[in-house]
Structures are given as C-alpha cells and as structure tokens.
Design a protein around this ligand. Structure first.
Ligand code: FAD
Length: 497
C-alpha cells in the first residue's frame, strides 16, 4: 500500500498538456503501490472534493460506520454547489405525498426523453428510486426545503427548493451538510489538493496522493476513493477541445476551480470517459451574476434579442435556452420581456426583482413597451411590433403557430405594465460528462469493468446527464450517487476488514 516517489512522478498527468497527458498515461500506466517516502494516513473511505456530492458521500459513509475523510483543495467548499439555486428534483419524498399523480416511471420516462435517450437508464432508475428518500434525509439535516408546486411540464411538482434566506439555495445545502458533518466529527482537510490516484498493478485504487500545506501526503482508502471533484467547466483547454471554441464565449456562471481532476485522475485507470461534449448551461445576466431562473420557466413573457425580435421558443429548458442564446444571437445577449401579471404566479416577478436588487442589479423597466425598450437599449418600434404580433396570436389561440412557436400551455398576452426586461446571456454552469459510473457509482473502464476502489459522483461522474435534464437533477444526482458510492465503499472497507 505504499508508494515510491519516482513512481508517482512517472505517472503524473499534472503539468502536462491534455494531449500529452492522454498519451502519457496510456503509454506509461499510473502510479503503483510500493514504498512511500510521503507521510500516509489510512481511512475506510476517502472522499475528494467538498461540494454537494462529496458532503453527501462523506456524511453517508460516516452514518454507515466508516472512518471517512473529506479532502478539499480550497480553504473552504468552493465548487459549483455554492453558486447553485438549490433545486433538487425528486419523486415520492414526504413533501410530495399529496402528488400521487407523479410516479417513478413517469420521472424516468421524462429524464430519458430529455436526454434524447442517451442517459444510462439504469442510473436514471436508481436516481428515481432513491431521490425521494434522499430529500427526506436532507430534511433531517435541517435543509429548509419548499416544494415548488405545479411548474410547467416536465418539472411539475418535482422540485424541492432549498431556501437560501439571503444566501444561495446551494450554499444553504452546504451549510446544513457542514453542520451535520461536524456533528458526526468527520475530518475535513482543507487546502489538500488530490493530484494522483494510487493504483496497484491490477488497476485497483488504493488511495490518493495530495499536495497539502505540509507537503506531499498520501491518503489510503480500504474501501475506496470517491471522486467528487466537480467538472471541468473552468478548464478552457478541455472545454475548447471537447465542446468547441465557441463554448469559451459563454459567461462563466460558477466556480473557477472546476478544472477536471475527475478526468485526469480517471485516465490513470483507463476510466471510460463519456459525453465530454455535454454541459449544463443556463441563462445569466452578462454582468453582475444574477440568475433569471425560475422566472424564465414560469410561462409568462417573451424572450427577445437586442434587435427586439423573438428568436427561440420560450419553453425551452435552461440548457438548450442558454446554448440557444449563445448560438442564435450575434452577441450572446437577450432579454426576457415580462409584464406585471407574472406576479399572479406566486409573486414570481417581485421575488426575482428583489433577488436582483439584493445582488445590486437594477432591471430595466417602463410603464409601456416603448419605455422599457428605451431603458434596455432595444429599438422601441421593433419591440412594439413583436409584442403586437405576439398578443394577437395569443388572443386568436394561435401562439403555437408563431415563428418560433410559443408552446407554453396557457399563454398570457403582454398587456399589464409596468414591463421589465431581464437580461439573459448564455452561461456555462458545469460539465456533465466524465468517468462513466455503474449503478453502484463505481467507475468503469473502457471494457465496462468496474475499477475496484474507485467511485465517482456528482459532476465528476459521467452517464447520468446528457443534453438536458429536469430542473434539480444535478444536485439530486450528487445526493443520490454520493450516498450510493459511500454505501458501497463502506461495505468494501468492512469486507476487507
Ligand atoms: C448558477 C447555477 C445554478 C445551479 N442551480 C442548480 C439547481 O438549482 N439544481 C441543480 O440540480 N443543479 C444546479 N446547478 C448545477 C449544480 O450546482 C452542480 O451540478 C453541482 O453543484 C455539482 O456539485 P459537485 O459536488 O459535483 O461539485 P462542486 O460543487 O463543484 O464541488 C467540487 C469540490 O471539489 C473540490 N475539488 C476539485 N478538485 C479537487 C481536488 N483535486 N482535490 C480536492 N478537492 C477538489 C472543489 O474545490 C469543490 O469544492 C447549478 C449550477 C449553477 C452554475
């Protein structure tokens, strides 16, 4: 279980360019166990990355009786979760008992359809089976959830939303999980950057080698290493290579520290890398980092470009919408034009404006369409014509015949001012691809063989999300597969004695 320094360095990917890294790792193999000159600590389970997935994994492992450590490369949890809205998609939780009309089968069917049947159906089934119980588990940890009822399909009443009360919903999740981890006395080692897996000659993962403030250190795991390092959305070499150079024009919505250690470490064990071109995107203000969701999905208003014209179907979900703004406008800029009647839906407009104001963002507004156009710097005449055409189609029951079609089930004419134009650019949130996992969250090789001792969850894992998802599926996936990985790694540690 020990490691020689020259062997670690021989297999090292870091410092090498990605292309070099690929050939390097496949040509030379990875670090093997042997004697180590680095200080070493041994645990049952080693979790790498303190985001939603890592915290759920570490807590579940501790609750199942494992001696677990959580490693975090930054001085605090600093991944995408902190920026997130805190929606979790689930079916069958205690909060959803009064919605028996939804079923696990319907949830799986919607997820598969949204992924264009590319997601691994076994992973989606596992998600649907475990998410409801996972939400109940988080409620026990004190997460203040609210069920968002009756959103347009496919979200329906599937999203429980962590109430941030002044911080993001995602930060509230982190805060509650940190408290629970503290209570369970789970050690969290900050400023501990996992740089390389420790692997036997038989491709079994025995631990991870890290840069720490005290120097290089090895963390060995009897049951397994769980990679929860997030994705690679901030690594422009990776996004440019796998998604395309255009992706680097998207506004970065989240953590600058998502630089793809899930990929570089996964490569050491020949992990099957899937859907590296896929990413989660969402509309965001071009500056100021204010998130116009969920107003954009509430079924009110129209989306226009800077010329005052509609250019995509408003019912598109977050991911295609953000990609659409980046691809279908010359400048990755658009506005959601909303009338005051949107407040009929749970005060959604007022709440959004308040949230924006808290972030120091003033939304252009005006009593008339011409006024709001002027405030937003959009040609007034063009916007008035767009609204006139839209309202006429709504009143004639022909909104679906517009070009592009307006597909919300109950369209609302834009008549009640004041009107607001909420800026929306396409934003990169985080990547969806990575080392493929099986239903036990075990990373598999190109031959679909599980890699003993290596698990992945959250944005670090591949196979769950492709193309698009039901809002809240990603944090939900972190929760489900983080816990699944923890249970399996814990059982493996116990089996090893
Ligand atoms: C604005 C925004 C809103 C969103 N809202 C939602 C939502 O409401 N619902 C939803 O389902 N999804 C949402 N998402 C997506 C969701 O937030 C992410 O999919 C999810 O947070 C990923 O969590 P994670 O635990 O996998 O990774 P992260 O939260 O990114 O955590 C990874 C952690 O690992 C650490 N780390 C990385 N590499 C190493 C290493 N080598 N060694 C040690 N530590 C390391 C990082 O510093 C970080 O702390 C949103 C995303 C954005 C950008």
């Amino acid at each position: 279980m020990q490691l020689k320094r020259r062997e670690i360095l021989k297999g090292s990917l870091l410092g090498a360019g990605m292309t070099v890294g690929l050939t390097d790792v496949f040509a030379k193999g990875s670090s093997h166990s042997g004697e180590s000159e680095f200080p070493t600590e041994t645990f049952d389970v080693v979790v790498v990355g303190a985001g939603m997935a890592g915290m759920c994994a570490a807590l579940e492992a501790a609750e199942k009786g494992a001696n677990v450590v959580l490693l975090e490369k930054r001085g605090r949890p600093d991944g995408v979760t902190v920026y997130s809205s805190g929606w979790i998609a689930a079916v069958g939780s205690d909060m959803q008992k009064h919605h028996p009309e939804d079923t696990k089968e319907a949830f799986v069917a919607d997820m598969m359809r949204l992924s264009r049947y590319k997601s691994d159906p076994e992973l989606i089934k596992r998600y649907a089976e475990e998410a409801g119980e996972g939400v109940n588990w988080l409620i026990q940890k004190g997460v203040p959830f609210k069920l968002w009822e009756n959103l347009p399909s496919p979200e329906l009443s599937r999203c429980v939303i962590s109430q941030g009360n002044g911080i993001t919903g995602g930060s509230m999740l982190i805060r509650c999980l940190l408290k629970a981890l503290n209570e369970k006395k789970v050690p969290i080692r900050y400023n501990t950057n996992a740089i390389e897996l420790i692997v036997t000659a038989n491709n079994e993962v025995e631990g991870v080698s890290c840069h720490t403030p005290e120097g290089r250190k090895n963390y060995l795991a009897k049951g397994g290493v769980i990679l929860t390092t997030g994705g690679y959305g901030a690594n422009t070499a990776m996004t440019g290579a796998w998604i395309g150079p255009w992706a680097n024009n998207l506004v970065m919505r989240a953590s600058p520290w998502s630089v793809g250690e899930n990929i570089t470490m996964g490569m050491q064990v020949r992990a099957k890398l899937v859907y590296l071109d896929q990413f989660y995107a969402g509309p965001i203000t071009p500056t100021g980092h204010a998130n116009p969701s969920p107003l954009m999905h509430a079924g009110y208003g129209i989306q226009v470009n800077t010329a005052g014209k509609r250019f995509l179907p408003e019912d598109w979900l977050q991911v295609p919408k953000a990609k659409g703004i980046a691809n279908l406008t010359p400048d990755n800029r658009s506005f959601m034009l909303i009338g005051s009647d949107a407040d009929d839906n749970d005060q959604i407009l007022t709440k959004t404006l308040k949230r924006f104001a808290n972030l120091g963002y003033k939304v252009p507004n005006g009593k008339t369409i011409a006024d709001v156009a002027k405030a937003a710097g959009v040609p007034a005449k063009a916007l008035e014509e767009t609204v006139k055409e839209f309202n006429a189609a709504v009143k004639a029951g022909k909104a679906k015949e517009l070009d592009p079609p307006y597909e919300f089930a109950t369209p609302h004419a834009l008549e009640k001012g004041p009107f607001y134009m909420i800026p929306a650019a396409g934003g990169m949130a985080n990547t969806m691809g990575g080392p493929k996992i099986n239903v036990n969250a075990n990373v598999v090789t190109w031959e679909d063989e599980p890699v003993p001792g290596l698990y992945a969850a959250g944005a670090a894992a591949g196979g769950v999300w492709v193309h698009d998802d039901i809002g809240g599926n990603q944090l939900g996936g972190c929760m489900v597969f983080g816990r699944v990985a923890a249970r399996h790694a814990t059982a493996r540690a116990k089996a090893h004695g």
